[in-house]
Design a binder for this molecule. Structure first.
Ligand code: HEM
Ligand SMILES: *[C@@H]1O[C@H](CO)[C@@H](O)[C@H](O)[C@H]1NC(C)=O
Ligand SMILES: *[C@@H]1O[C@H](CO)[C@@H](O)[C@H](O)[C@H]1NC(C)=O
Ligand SMILES: *[C@@H]1O[C@H](CO)[C@@H](O)[C@H](O)[C@H]1NC(C)=O
Length: 396
């Protein structure tokens, strides 16, 4: 399988679909080499020396993403919390075993929708990032309601970036040792149901909800897990370290959340370089989740009252290019995300996006976006969401 292809957003080249299918097969057929647990499957992540944990200093940016906060606290990302696309792609790979194709998408979306096209902040705005809002002020764009442990913006007086013990505590206490994947997936259903019933301004927007918020749960088992086995184990310690929850007593039931103090557990193993978490593997997880809870991914918002959800049809949103029935087929969801990324950035920034992608490709060898074989999106009608106060007004 060849990864070395030129980046260019057009309709040519081998289809990304076949690339995804091949990667997916690779991923599933990977023999579990140490499934008896005698040797760790993953690669130990360095947490000393240059990569020692240091809590943020005054002025350092920290925000809603526990992974990025931890990477910055260990110096995998600049400790200031502001970095370039390259910094992010490199840090996610080095610290968490995220493959550069997935890392690039996350970072490109970050830099073009919350940054200045060159750098972005994992917290709030900074002088260095100019007009960029940072991740904290990207509600419904990058940051979303019904995330795993952070509170919904409306439910906590505008605070969308602190972990809430109300969400974390019961989940944590549900198990004493490890947290199986299905428990984590099912928790998303509980969180969405909670938001529908308690948050009059609840919204589920493309990318923020179906990629980032869905990713919150998926990444917890696919990336935070200690990769002793190919599937990884999420223990209590893993949850506490990555989510910055510190025990106050020895039995660990009395807990304190320290904003911005996310850490890597010591003696923790990321996914190995032979099994980095690719965009294809992520897509499989998204589809897996959708099959377990059909209908969870619905775009739309509550209409200003609790339990008043109005859905927006994918067909209307994309001028008929995609529909709910086919969105989870083939590579359609990845196409949809790439096309929204292009649609939401200013026209003038599109060639800049290609340049940045080509630049990343030199180091990280990315699959060609052209290879996606995506149908051309001619209309992305975000104004359909303007009818909802949760999107248009104070909780934007
Ligand atoms: C450039 C890369 C990334 C960006 C810009 C980013 C951004 C964000 C944002 C904006 C949120 C808040 C989402 C919400 O409120 O639903 C978030 C949450 C989260 N992110 Fe990231 N993220 C990135 C990469 C990652 C990676 C590689 C992981 C891997 C573990 C990860 C794990 C999480 C988790 C688990 C949450 C949920 C936090 C909670 O609800 O307590 N993120 N991220
Ligand atoms: C940002 O710029 C403003 C205006 O020039 C200045 O007052 C402020 O100190 C700067 N902040 C930082 C953190 O450098
Ligand atoms: C633990 O999780 C299960 C499965 O999601 C759920 O049915 C149960 O109510 C939870 N228990 C507690 C104490 O939260
Ligand atoms: C991860 O797994 C390895 C191998 O079983 C173990 O030695 C290590 O303590 C675990 N680390 C964490 C943080 O659970």
């Amino acid at each position: 399988m060849t990864f070395k292809m030129r980046a260019c957003i057009a309709l040519s080249g081998i289809t990304f679909l076949s690339l995804v299918a091949a990667q997916a097969q690779d991923y599933q057929q990977k023999a579990p080499p140490y499934s008896d647990g005698t040797r760790p499957y993953g690669e130990r992540v360095q947490t000393d020396g240059k990569y020692k944990f240091k809590p943020p200093k005054k002025g350092d940016q920290r925000g809603p993403c526990p992974a990025l906060n931890a990477l910055a606290n260990h110096g995998y990302l600049p400790r200031s919390g502001v970095g370039t696309v390259y910094d992010f792609v490199w840090a996610m790979k080095a610290g968490l075993g995220v493959a550069p194709d997935l890392g690039s998408f996350l970072a490109l979306y970050g830099v073009f929708v919350t940054g200045n096209g060159i750098k972005f902040s994992i917290g709030g705005p900074t002088n260095e990032t100019g007009h960029g809002s940072g991740l904290i002020y990207s509600h419904n764009i990058y940051e979303s309601d019904a995330s795993i442990f952070r509170g919904d913006k409306y439910l906590y007086h505008g605070d969308n970036y602190h972990l809430q013990m109300f969400n974390f505590g019961p989940f944590y206490k549900n198990r004493t040792r490890d947290y199986p994947k299905d428990l984590i997936i099912d928790f998303r259903l509980a969180r969405i149901t909670h938001s529908l019933f308690y948050n009059p301004y609840f919204c589920c927007m493309p990318i923020a909800c179906d990629l980032v918020a869905a990713g919150n749960y998926i990444f917890t088992y696919s990336l935070f897990a200690n990769f002793t086995y190919p599937e990884g184990v999420v223990t209590r310690q893993v949850l506490r370290y990555f989510y910055s929850v510190y025990p106050l007593d020895s039995d660990g039931d009395d807990l304190e959340y320290k904003p911005g103090w996310e850490r890597f557990p010591s003696n923790w193993y990321k996914r190995p370089s032979s099994d980095e978490y690719t965009f294809a593997a992520f897509l499989l997880d998204v589809i897996d989740n959708a099959k377990r809870h059909p209908g969870v991914v619905k775009f739309g918002c509550n209409a200003g009252k609790v339990n008043s959800f109005v859905g927006i049809d994918v067909g209307y949103l994309t001028g008929g290019l995609f529909n709910a029935a086919t969105l989870l087929e083939g590579n359609n969801l990845i196409c949809f995300w790439y096309q929204i990324l292009q649609a939401v950035i200013p026209h003038g920034a599109r060639s800049q996006l290609l340049d940045v992608y080509a630049e990343l490709d030199k180091t990280f060898r990315l699959p060609a976006i052209s290879g996606l074989g995506c149908p051309q999106l001619t209309k992305y009608d975000k104004s359909l969401f303007d009818q909802f106060p949760g999107y248009a007004e104070q909780y934007k």
